[in-house]
Design a protein around this ligand. Structure first.
Ligand SMILES: [Zn+2]
Ligand SMILES: [Zn+2]
Length: 287
């Protein structure tokens, strides 16, 4: 079964692998990087968390602190100047095609990681492997793909894996999720729910709901909306591997609001004076 190149024997095997591995990557992004690390709506047991971190290392080379910082800054300045990836500011085409470049530029800006990336893991695993040797993971993945699929199909499978998150997350969620779809909430930004049945992107399709209540670990707000990420969280909490801090509309979890560090940076960004809206000198104070 694990002989060199044996998984390329049927055409559907590499495809099935890509679908399963890709969905897993999407789920690790939404559960670990987004709902747990960025917004603290849920906390995972190390038995669940470490495999998610390692899988993200193998398939995306994403550094947790960078992802969290970029995303918190997105919430702080959503769809206005300062947003690392707004289709309203930069154009949908640019975000769809070059989303990963906007991400890279954002996390390289001086001070961004310190200001927006607080509280991400700083353990041995992070310091010595996941952060310090972030490219080693994707090279290891290349070796695995070569072993499973051989010299010809292996590199193709790997290439698709490498553009996976730049396309689905940086392109589709950050682009379409702020441009096309329906809105349940008239929030200040242009966020949209791409589809009510949110499976493929792990629930991230419900992006307008998320912007309306970022701390919530549950993204489905209406009865007809399904968030598969929340289903996974429920399963993990059933076996004691996840602890929900806050979930909108869920009995027992809808009051304990804990704290979303993102709320602080959003409040600070909103408190900064907006020159265009400043009252003219000598104007009567608002009643
Ligand atoms: Zn957004
Ligand atoms: Zn968010």
């Amino acid at each position: 079964m694990f002989e060199f190149g044996s998984w390329a024997s049927d055409w559907w095997k590499p495809l099935l692998f890509l679908v399963v591995a890709g969905h897993l990557t999407n789920v690790c992004v939404t559960l670990f990087l987004h709902r747990a690390q960025t917004h603290r709506g849920v906390k995972f047991h190390p038995i669940a968390e470490v495999p998610m971190r390692v899988w993200l290392w193998l398939t995306t080379a994403t550094k947790t602190k960078e992802w969290v910082a970029c995303h918190r800054k997105h919430h702080a300045f959503a769809d206005r100047e300062g947003d690392p990836h707004s289709p309203v500011v930069e154009g949908l085409r640019n975000i769809m095609l070059k989303g990963a470049l906007y991400y890279r530029d954002a996390v390289r800006q001086p001070g961004v990681l310190e200001k927006y990336g607080k509280g991400t893991p700083n353990d041995w695993l992070e310091r010595h492997l996941l952060d310090k040797r972030s490219t080693f993971g994707i090279l290891l993945m290349l070796a695995v793909d070569l072993w499973l699929f051989g010299w010809f199909v292996g590199p193709l499978v790997w290439a698709v894996q490498m553009v996976w998150i730049p396309f689905w997350a940086a392109g589709v969620i950050n682009g379409i999720g702020h441009a096309l779809g329906y809105r349940n909430y008239e929030v200040k930004d242009e966020s949209r729910n791409i589809t009510p049945i949110a499976i493929w992107l792990g629930g991230e399709e419900l992006h307008n709901n998320h912007h309306a209540d970022p701390h919530s670990a549950r993204f489905g707000h209406k009865w007809y909306e399904f968030d598969i990420g929340w289903a996974y969280i429920r399963l993990l909490s059933l076996v004691g591997l996840a602890q929900v801090k806050y979930a909108r509309g869920v009995e027992g979890h809808d009051r304990d609001r804990g704290e979303d560090p993102t709320a602080r940076v959003v409040a600070a960004a909103n408190a900064a004076p907006a020159p265009a809206l400043a009252a003219p000198a000598g104007a009567a104070p608002a009643a």
